[in-house]
Design a protein around this ligand. Structure first.
Ligand code: PLP
Length: 400
């Protein structure tokens, strides 16, 4: 699928064709995104929202059109609810910090799940420490599925927010977030969804989901690094304290008192990464041109094909066998250390991730140091899946 749009995929590593299966860490960029960045710096680079001059206006227009493209992509009700950040990590930190300082008090509770990426754990831990609140954890079962039936009893009158991944980066599980949101809302508790592993792999409609916050990174959806989005319902964003202070986020500043700018600018202090925002828009258009539904269906086929082939390898153990998964396969072979396997795969041109994938509690759950993780993007092929399986067998024979 459109492989030639991605120049880097022609590269060789160790004189072997690159088989890039580390898409959960970051995706490669299509030529149109690279061109958009180039074009921005060649033609209209300037600071936005501030200058009356032509370049500044051109850049501002492009920047705000990108915000509209994001709004449409996730079906937000308004561009005021679309805040640009540096990535999912910064988006979650923004909410944990601003929501925490506005609503969290001593004795309150925050609920996360056992399968969260560290970036949806640590910001909440920091906020809880600062406010004297308590972090509670919804566990998952040995298939890597949330024990959703326990959520309702975990929620108490002191629960202020539930924060959960749409898709797990180390297990591949697609969580039943509609259900999570329904249960939490029935108890008047808002929900933040970490969509870092979802936005490039399944359609997201924040209004249909009715989530309160939705966070993601551009670089995992074929856009440049250093750009991300925090969607938040206007109601919360209006009430929440700003995250950072500086230019752009203010209305009036005196030494006695500062008033804040309207949304979304209240949460966008300082000069944003304008070129990257424009690149994000191009990536969205690129995905939409192919169609996210088509990408999702194709990646499902790759997932099933590869899982079935890997399963035939003696002493193969999958970590994460949820009924509903995206194209993420975490595995171990016998007692081979994931790092050793990763190095041998690399020497065969295959880029996979090894380790805990920033989800140490997941590894603790299974009592393992880490996994080998292959994760698919829209450009991966069945031949690459075969190459992975062959390379795993070869590495296993060398290491056993
Ligand atoms: N959440 C999940 C589920 C992730 O997989 C990642 C990155 O791997 C993040 C959050 C953090 O994303 P970033 O490093 O782009 O901020």
């Amino acid at each position: 699928m459109n492989r030639s749009d991605f120049p880097i995929l022609q590269e060789k590593v160790y004189n072997k064709p690159l088989v890039y299966l580390d898409n959960a860490a970051t995706t490669q960029k299509p030529q149109v995104v690279i061109d958009a960045l180039n074009d921005y710096y060649l033609r209209i680079n300037s600071n936005i929202h501030r200058g009356v001059h032509c370049l500044s206006q051109l850049a501002t227009n492009e920047f705000e059109q990108a915000r509209e493209a994001v709004r449409q992509y996730i079906n937000a009700g308004s561009t005021q609810e679309v805040i640009f950040t540096r990535g999912a990590t910064e988006s979650i930190n923004l909410v944990a910090s601003s929501f925490g300082r506005t609503y969290l008090h001593a004795g309150d509770e925050v609920i996360v799940s056992e399968m969260e990426h560290h970036s949806n754990i640590v910001p909440w831990q920091l906020a809880c420490e600062e406010r004297g609140a308590k972090l509670k954890v919804l566990p998952f079962n040995d298939n890597g599925e949330l024990r959703i039936s326990e959520l309702d009893s975990l929620i108490t009158d002191r629960t202020k927010i539930v924060a959960m991944a749409h898709v797990s980066n180390s297990l591949g599980t697609v969580n039943p977030i509609t259900e999570v949101i329904r249960i939490a809302h029935a108890r008047n508790v808002p929900v933040l969804i970490d969509g870092a592993q979802a936005v490039a792999h399944c359609p997201v409609d924040v209004q249909a989901l009715d989530c309160d916050f939705y966070c993601f990174s551009g670089h995992k959806m074929y856009a440049p690094m250093g750009i991300g989005v925090m969607y938040g319902k206007e109601r919360w964003l209006n009430e929440m304290r700003p995250y950072q202070g500086g230019g752009e986020m203010i209305k009036d500043v005196t030494f006695e008192k500062t008033t804040y700018n309207d949304l979304p600018f209240k949460f966008e202090a300082g000069t944003p990464s304008v070129g990257d925002v424009i690149g994000l828009r191009k990536a969205i258009e690129y995905i939409q041109d192919i169609s996210l539904e088509k990408i999702a269906a194709y990646e499902q086929k790759l997932l099933i094909y590869t899982t079935e082939k890997l399963a035939k390898i003696d002493r193969m153990r999958f970590i994460g066998e949820a009924a509903h998964k995206t194209g993420v396969i975490s595995f171990l072979v016998g007692d081979i250390h994931p790092y050793d396997m990763g190095v041998l795969l690399d020497h065969q041109g295959i880029a996979v991730r090894t380790g805990h994938h920033c989800t140490q509690p997941v590894m603790t759950h299974f009592g393992i140091p880490g996994t080998i993780r292959a994760s698919f993007g829209l450009y991966n092929t069945f031949e690459e899946a075969d190459a992975l399986v062959e390379a795993v067998v070869k590495a296993k024979n060398m290491l056993s």
